[in-house]
Design a protein. Structure first.
Length: 131
């Protein structure tokens, strides 16, 4: 009836808004780390992160993810602790991994069941399966 049509219209509008919102977030998250750090591209970090989350059935902590991905990319100790800018306290590597996490979350491929814990969603698992 009329209520159902209104609800359907609202769902369609919200769906469209969310899709556009996610596209804007992803576009804004395209990052360029300084070349001197020789860190992997965001897309490679994102792909490796998704693979890591899919393989592990339990939630992974953010710190555990930093270390495992750094090992997967064979980063040196200096690459792991180098900062993007002198004024930033956090390492550029951690920042890059967090951007990858946020992109996967925005795309619906990962979520946080608890603070600083990450898990792959069914969408993320199926996306990884096709790679």
């Amino acid at each position: 009836t009329a209520t159902r049509r209104s609800a359907d219209r609202l769902v369609a509008v919200l769906s469209c808004w969310r899709r556009r919102h996610v596209e804007v977030i992803i576009h804004d998250m395209n990052v360029a780390t300084p070349d001197k750090l020789k860190l992997p591209d965001l897309s490679k970090v994102e792909a490796e992160l998704l693979k890591l989350l899919v393989v592990n059935l339990r939630p992974l902590s953010t710190i555990e993810i930093y270390h495992r991905l750094a090992d997967a990319f064979a980063l040196t100790a200096s690459q792991r602790v180098a900062r993007r800018e002198v004024t930033r306290l956090d390492p550029a590597w951690n920042w890059l991994v967090r951007r990858a996490m946020q992109r996967l979350e925005a795309e619906g491929c990962a979520y946080r069941p608890d603070r600083a814990m990450w898990v792959a969603t069914e969408k993320g698992r199926s996306r990884q399966h096709f790679r």
